[in-house]
Design a protein around this ligand. Sequence first.
Ligand SMILES: *[C@@H]1O[C@H](CO)[C@@H](O)[C@H](O)[C@H]1NC(C)=O
Ligand SMILES: *[C@@H]1O[C@H](CO)[C@@H](O)[C@H](O)[C@H]1NC(C)=O
Ligand SMILES: *[C@@H]1O[C@H](CO)[C@@H](O)[C@H](O)[C@H]1NC(C)=O
Ligand SMILES: *[C@@H]1O[C@H](CO)[C@@H](O)[C@H](O)[C@H]1NC(C)=O
Ligand SMILES: *[C@@H]1O[C@H](CO)[C@@H](O)[C@H](O)[C@H]1NC(C)=O
Ligand SMILES: *[C@@H]1O[C@H](CO)[C@@H](O)[C@H](O)[C@H]1NC(C)=O
Length: 449
Amino acid sequence: MHPLWHLLFLIVAVQAIDLDLDDPASTKTTLHTLATQMLTHYTGNLPGDNPGNLPDPYYWWEAGAMFTALIDYWYLTSDTTFTNLTLQALTWQSGPSGSFMPANQTRTEGNDDQSFWAFAAMSAAERNFPDPPPELGVPGWLGMAQAVFNTQAARWDTGTCGGGLRWQIFTFNEGWMYKNTISNGCFFNLAARLALYTGNGTYMEWAERVWNWTEEVGFVTDEYRFWDGADVESACREWNRVEWTYNTGVYLLGAAVMYNLTESPTWRTRTQGILNASLVFFQNDVMYERACETINTCEVDQRAFKGFLARWMAATTQMAPFTFDQIMPKLRTSAKAAAETCTGGASHAACGLKWTDRKWDGMDDVGIQLAALEVIQSTLISRVDPPVTQDTGGTSRGNPGGGEPGPPVGEVPEGLRIEITGADRAGAGLVTALLGVIVLGSTGWLVYE
Ligand SMILES: *[C@@H]1O[C@H](CO)[C@@H](O)[C@H](O)[C@H]1NC(C)=O
Ligand SMILES: *[C@@H]1O[C@H](CO)[C@@H](O)[C@H](O)[C@H]1NC(C)=O
Ligand SMILES: *[C@@H]1O[C@H](CO)[C@@H](O)[C@H](O)[C@H]1NC(C)=O
Ligand SMILES: *[C@@H]1O[C@H](CO)[C@@H](O)[C@H](O)[C@H]1NC(C)=O
Ligand SMILES: *[C@@H]1O[C@H](CO)[C@@H](O)[C@H](O)[C@H]1NC(C)=O
Ligand SMILES: *[C@@H]1O[C@H](CO)[C@@H](O)[C@H](O)[C@H]1NC(C)=O
């Protein structure tokens, strides 16, 4: 055979993903392959395992993020392959009250972790994902999102920093003394979406309160850059100025929803301002996690973050259509670059962390796979209807009073007063913030002035 033919066969062999973004069928085939690869890590649906859990080293929150992506996947592709798996995981982890506070996760669950599961429930309501059958004895998707909202509103802590949610829910978890942007951004995002879905003004007021506080405490700058958070002991004034894609994303969608709801110039300016500031996370229109990718320090959690910026940018185009022409070229270029990294593993469908490198890096990781899935499926957004609300066909069962009342701020509920040993402390949820405090100034990640 001519050597050139050899070369061609070689290229075909490693280039398993053949993605044409202008052809929805090609995009859907690619997405199915990538989702299947992602789920090779998931064992929760096997007999004897716990539905909704990923094995080590993945924390509980990341499974919630994964199932949210699979709900979007179902909606964007109409493929029902993973819907039963998703329903099983969500109803198992939501618990009878629907607030996603499973006792098994007490040592790892912070407010942000809880919210990443709440987003699965919220997306399910917004997309009319089949509600859980009544015999399971759990609330509907809307009821779950409301239950999480209620537990978090009860944790709003005016005792320090003039308000805000702490990172952690329980005093004995590392990170209790830290207030972080993602926990508050998630609460903001959820409140705004509940306001739009239900039309209940209480949620809107809460969204406004969280935004106001985020500004007052300086976690968002006048140029709409988002810092990671700060210790309550500094009255939230000594900021950890690491910038992550998902903070920008979570506030972007929340602002866009508030704009959709109010049509106010203020929320339009905020939406546009956050979008402008998000440009720092792109290199030639390809998204990258600049705090860690350039210096190769992205940790397990952080490998997924870009996917959430992609998810929320796509959702923003539906809530604030004036952003569509600015957002779509970036998502499409990023999606193409991401797909080029997906040549790894036995299936030739494991993706790489750095989309800017456009090649696989030897890893097979849930977060990396999730991010690639999110950015590629985000390009289908213009082909589907916007989210439903109660007035436009939303049928999910709600319960505005749902969720068992959370423990009072600072108090450890009965039965959870455990002596924590050194070894137990490693468990805290989204570890970004805490490590930020420790590593900042050395080599953990880059802070840009
Ligand atoms: C999902 O589960 C239902 C009920 O057990 C079953 O009828 C259906 O075929 C399943 N769907 C898929 C896609 O596996
Ligand atoms: C909690 O752990 C127990 C024991 O492993 C298990 O039976 C149960 O299903 C777990 N609960 C959840 C919600 O994962
Ligand atoms: C609106 O939401 C608040 C906060 O959850 C709740 O207390 C109230 O009952 C809701 N109102 C209606 C009419 O559902
Ligand atoms: C948020 O701040 C604006 C401007 O200062 C103010 O008008 C509004 O009442 C505040 N909203 C809440 C809920 O605190
Ligand atoms: C966003 O960027 C555009 C173009 O640079 C600029 O004209 C506009 O004023 C910016 N908007 C906001 C709200 O920052
Ligand atoms: C709000 O969202 C709907 C659904 O996507 C859209 O049709 C409408 O134009 C949006 N409103 C504004 C003010 O952009």
